[in-house]
Design a protein around this ligand. Structure first.
Ligand SMILES: *[C@@H]1O[C@H](CO)[C@@H](O)[C@H](O)[C@H]1NC(C)=O
Ligand SMILES: *[C@@H]1O[C@H](CO)[C@@H](O)[C@H](O)[C@H]1NC(C)=O
Ligand SMILES: *[C@@H]1O[C@H](CO)[C@@H](O)[C@H](O)[C@H]1NC(C)=O
Ligand SMILES: *[C@@H]1O[C@H](CO)[C@@H](O)[C@H](O)[C@H]1NC(C)=O
Ligand SMILES: *[C@@H]1O[C@H](CO)[C@@H](O)[C@H](O)[C@H]1NC(C)=O
Ligand SMILES: *[C@@H]1O[C@H](CO)[C@@H](O)[C@H](O)[C@H]1NC(C)=O
Length: 484
């Protein structure tokens, strides 16, 4: 083969172009971080960008539209959601010109170098009656949308507004979720109509921490931390809730359904857990903060299981917050929501690709197989679970599949266990199956039957998205080379 035939300039240019697209496009994952700057000792915005990139975080929310911050995010591969202050809301609602000026000053100078994904108009305004602020909310959102449309930015930038759980007058059980009747006609329905028309999400600030703190007798701590082994059954529809985060989100979905707005997605605009509190704030600890946030990432990034009401629907959330912020008001917990200290070091390890609690990462290729001493009856139950509720792909062990023979419980269970384990990002807790499973570093593949392992053989753990994306990219490159 002539080497020249492979590397004609046009093909090379195409390849480089495709590779550069792959490397630079902003592909936001499900979990972002809120970057609050209420501190007098924080790293510079450029240092914040470096910390976010090091953790693989692809989207942030900021609580203003600060010029130095927006400049720092230019060409960073991180999408930014910016915020209109509540103080600017009334003026923007009353005058399209004021809205146009806001977009002119706070958006146009930075796009497209900085990827601005959305504009949050106000913060938790629905329940704010002071100065009739809530009545200006939706008019302000509409005016900002019009300003974006004038600049052809309405499809690139969404217009949203974060809400607290207090907009619901009832949230338990989740299926009974109801918006506060006092605001339904004045602000809820107008906002939902706007979000529906513009295909934008309902932004929810969800803090199981505060639900626990306000009712420690009624809310089990494990239920708030995603570690409950029993959970709660919704008596109206028998849906099983294993954590309060899902229950809060589903209560809002139910409230929207009750008003016949069933096609609006929820994005969690803030959620988190403090790592430290004052002497009365017992639940605020490094261990609880790490447990909450890691389990949240695992559910959103690794499992992508959706909520019981919206199974399988990818959900997005922003963790509050990047740094501990020393200028926030009491109590102590308010100043300790950061995943990083003000000097930029970690308060605790948080694996944003979704791993086990405590940032566990396997170093070597590992498989999960059935123990050879497990009884057939327990293996049969475990296979049913893995291939059913566990959503393992069991096609290969159906009759005619590459791994059907030998047709034994041990073989079929091994295949199903391993698929489930790999999909769980090789979390060792996902290789148990009531004690019938066993980890191994010996590849169980045989003949045409391949037991896949998420880790490439080099042993470098990447995010699955990056791994599959890169594999697809390589396939494209080869296709083009051989066609050339
Ligand atoms: C709020 O709205 C009510 C009814 O429209 C009006 O009477 C009142 O003056 C308004 N208050 C303020 C502070 O704008
Ligand atoms: C929602 O739609 C159903 C069926 O079309 C209707 O019966 C019900 O009154 C509607 N509810 C509201 C709040 O509009
Ligand atoms: C990974 O494999 C290497 C080489 O086989 C071995 O030395 C090392 O102990 C293994 N690490 C773990 C965590 O099993
Ligand atoms: C479990 O796996 C280890 C390592 O692969 C192996 O030595 C052991 O025999 C296995 N135990 C059973 C009961 O299958
Ligand atoms: C378990 O099932 C296998 C076939 O999958 C069979 O060969 C074996 O005899 C069974 N073992 C027991 C103890 O029944
Ligand atoms: C595995 O499952 C058994 C039985 O359900 C349980 O007793 C044991 O604690 C589990 N082991 C781990 C490491 O989770």
């Amino acid at each position: 083969m002539e080497s020249g035939s492979c590397f004609r300039p046009r093909i090379l240019v195409t390849l480089l172009f495709l590779l550069s697209l792959y490397c630079t496009s902003v592909r936001a994952g499900p979990v972002g971080v809120c970057y609050g700057r209420n501190g007098d000792n924080l790293p510079t915005p450029l240092q914040a960008v470096a910390s976010l990139r090091a953790k693989g975080i692809t989207k942030v929310r900021i609580f203003d539209a600060d010029a130095s911050v927006l400049q720092a995010f230019a060409d960073s591969g991180i999408a930014v959601s910016i915020t209109v202050s509540n103080l600017d809301l009334t003026g923007i609602a009353l005058d399209q010109g004021v809205s146009d000026a806001w977009v002119l000053n706070n958006v146009l100078p930075y796009v497209p170098a900085t990827s601005i994904s959305s504009i949050a108009v106000g913060t938790e305004v629905m329940m704010t009656n002071a100065g009739n602020l809530s009545s200006f909310l939706v008019p302000a959102m509409r005016n900002i949308f019009t300003s974006l449309k004038t600049n052809n930015l309405d499809s690139a930038i969404q217009v949203v507004s974060p809400n607290s759980m207090t907009v619901l007058s009832k949230s338990y059980p989740p299926s009974a979720g109801t918006f506060d009747p006092a605001i339904v006609n004045t602000v809820v329905i107008p906002m939902l109509s706007f979000l529906q028309q513009t295909r934008s999400p309902f932004m929810l600030n969800s803090y199981p921490y505060y639900a626990y703190v306000n009712d420690p007798k009624g809310v089990p701590l494990e239920y708030a931390l995603f570690t409950s082994t029993v959970g709660v059954i919704d008596s109206n529809n028998q849906l099983h809730y294993t954590n309060l985060f899902d229950a809060q989100v589903d209560a809002v979905y139910a409230a929207m359904d009750a008003l016949n707005f069933s096609d609006i997605n929820i994005v969690v605009a803030e959620t988190g857990w403090p790592s430290k509190g004052d002497s009365t704030e017992n639940a605020a600890s490094v261990k609880n903060a790490q447990t909450y946030n890691q389990n949240l990432v695992n559910e959103l990034v690794r499992d992508q299981s959706g909520t019981p009401r919206k199974p399988g629907q990818v959900m997005e959330a922003y963790i509050f917050s990047l740094y501990n912020e020393n200028q926030k008001a009491d109590p102590e917990s308010e100043r300790n929501f950061g995943i990083l200290y003000a000097d930029g070091t970690e308060v605790y390890t948080l694996n944003f690709y979704g791993g086990a609690d405590g940032g566990f990462q396997v170093q070597n290729r590992t498989w999960c197989v059935a123990r050879n001493d497990a009884s057939n009856s327990s293996l049969r139950i475990a296979i049913d679970y893995a291939c059913g509720e566990g959503r393992a792909n069991c096609d290969a062990i159906q009759e005619g599949g590459a791994c059907y023979e030998p047709n034994t419980y041990v073989n079929h269970a091994s295949y199903a266990f391993n698929d489930y384990f790999q999909k769980s990002n090789m979390d060792p807790r996902a290789c148990n199956f009531s004690g019938t499973a066993n980890l191994t570093q010996r590849d169980p593949s045989y003949g045409n039957c391949v037991f896949y392992s998420k880790l490439p053989s080099s042993g470098y753990l990447q995010s699955p998205q990056a791994y599959y994306g890169f594999t697809a990219m390589l396939a494209l490159v080869f296709l083009l080379l051989f066609r050339g």
